[in-house]
Design a protein around this ligand. Structure first.
Ligand SMILES: Cc1cc2nc3c(=O)[nH]c(=O)nc-3n(C[C@H](O)[C@H](O)[C@H](O)COP(=O)(O)OP(=O)(O)OC[C@H]3O[C@@H](n4cnc5c(N)ncnc54)[C@H](O)[C@@H]3O)c2cc1C
Length: 447
């Protein structure tokens, strides 16, 4: 193998073996510097029957950015951000770049790509799952702004995927996760966004159901320039409970501060406000770094809901009030996100009004059974959902796959998988089995 390689005992191995949520012990970590070195690594893994983790930012909630005994292909050196065409705002981004890097590189142009909320999350994982961020209602998912990608497949070929070249692969990359090969770079159409109105409104949490219903109604009436998340932090045993509305208004160039304020105003009037901090910010500055979690047992789950109705809200409130500390975030969707036909990309859930994400935290010693028990109130919430977003889903059971991909979507993905990765080399992900192969799903509670 060419390129940078680390094995147990080498300097830097321990750090290279870790991802955001997992401490692995891979046989080898490879840091390729180009598609040829990616192909060499894939060939080595194939020859030696090594399980393969493909790592971009390393934030997979399942810890798929590392493994034990296999190979990690860490794309950290493939992090270039290159403007290809100023007129079309076409940008090529390395498959191992982080969104913080993309934000800073595009800021001088007055552009941004709609992505997530965290600077150190990888372009690779977030994009391949879909990409839900601060401008989702204005500009859709990250994949809705993807113009093409270059992929090293399991047989070592470097393929271009776009509406004109390998369109089946291009479709599958937009939501189907890391199942089809190693994406060495992505071509995005950036948007003319430099300044946004961003910040938070903190509320005293008297009646959470009432607050959530008011937030829902405000977002139903909001212009699509405004995206927001209602976050309920875990209940503290002492001290007043609070809720936070995080918001971002991304107006077209020329939008006045008054127009932005008017759009945001209803989100400042949902209940008893204890703090407000909303201001004009550069888009690249609103992406923050996440703090690696303490060594606790976590269960992260999400569901996409077509209607945030009162019965669902009651179940969310029950989850939040349950015995196991739960952080709950409800992200508003709709707008541009909802105008993409369900079968245009492998992310099919375009009718969702909102996404609900829950993070339950248990002691590090908690057994699987305790995690299952803690998740019971979550199942009541998820029963209202119409689908799952793989990027926040901390489990990858057959039921999760079925929820993430409706039957027709899954069947199409399985055909693409058979065409590009028939041996299922890329299996450490929300795994699509190649069409025609018997399923070997690994079930069970994970992160
Ligand atoms: C703190 C935090 C904040 C987050 N915020 C958001 C958010 O705002 N919006 C949102 O949509 N999601 C968000 N996520 C979820 C995030 O999108 C997923 O965790 C995603 O998988 C992370 O991508 P990564 O590249 O950092 O992770 P990695 O662990 O590096 O990659 C995840 C998986 O993607 C595949 N993969 C990654 N890169 C490539 C590549 N170049 N080629 C082929 N396969 C690849 C692999 O299968 C890999 O296992 C957040 C996660 C965390 C932990």
């Amino acid at each position: 193998m060419a390129g940078e390689v680390a094995r147990a005992g080498d300097e830097g191995y321990e750090a290279a073996a870790r991802s955001f949520f997992a401490t692995g012990a891979p046989a080898v970590v490879v840091r390729p510097r180009g598609p040829d070195q990616v192909a060499a690594a894939i060939a080595h893994a194939g020859r030696n029957a090594l399980a393969v983790s493909v790592r971009s930012g390393g934030h997979s909630p399942l810890g798929h950015g590392t493994n034990t005994g296999g190979m990690v292909i860490d794309l950290a050196h493939l992090d270039d951000v290159q403007v290809l065409d100023t007129g079309r705002r076409l940008v090529r981004v390395g498959g191992g770049a982080t969104w913080g890097r993309v934000g800073s590189a595009l800021d001088p142009y007055g552009w941004a790509v709609t992505a997530g909320d965290t600077a150190d999350v990888g372009v690779g994982g977030l994009t391949l799952g879909g990409g839900i961020g601060w401008m989702v209602r204005r500009y859709g998912l990250t994949i809705d702004n993807l113009a093409g990608a270059r992929v090293v497949t399991a047989d070592g070929r470097l393929l271009s995927a776009s509406p004109d070249e390998h369109p089946d692969l291009f479709w599958a990359l937009r939501g189907g996760g890391g199942n089809f090969g190693v994406v060495v770079d992505f071509d995005f159409v950036a948007q003319p966004v430099r300044i946004v109105h961003f910040g938070m409104v903190v509320y005293r949490l008297g009646d959470p159901a009432d607050l959530m219903a008011r937030w829902r109604d405000a977002m139903r009436a909001a212009p699509e320039e405004l995206s927001s998340t209602l976050a309920l932090p875990p209940r503290a045993p002492d001290g007043p409970a609070s809720a936070v509305v995080l918001l971002c208004f991304a107006g077209a160039p020329g939008t006045t501060a008054g127009e932005a304020r008017a759009a945001i105003e209803p989100l400042r009037e949902l209940g008893t406000v204890t703090a407000v901090n909303v201001s004009e910010r550069r888009y690249c500055e609103i992406l923050e770094n996440a703090t690696p979690p303490p060594n606790l047992r976590r269960a992260t789950r999400d569901t996409l809901v077509a209607h945030l109705d009162d019965a669902l809200i009651a179940d969310v409130v029950r989850l939040h009030a349950g015995p196991v500390p739960a952080a709950v975030a409800v992200r508003s969707l709709g707008g541009a996100f909802g105008r993409v036909p369900a079968d245009a990309t492998a992310f099919a859930h375009r009718d969702a009004e909102a996404m609900i994400v829950a993070l339950l935290t248990l002691p590090g010693t908690a057994a699987d059974q305790e995690v299952e028990q803690a998740l019971r109130p979550w199942h009541a919430v998820a029963a209202h959902g119409t689908g799952t977003y793989v990027n926040f889903q901390g489990s990858a059971t057959a039921a999760d796959l079925a929820s993430a991909y409706p039957a027709a979507t899954y069947a199409r993905l399985a055909e693409v998988k058979r065409a590009y990765d028939p041996g299922n080399l890329f299996a450490l992900n929300h795994n699509i089995e190649p069409a025609g192969r018997r399923r070997h799903r690994r079930d069970g509670v994970t992160g």
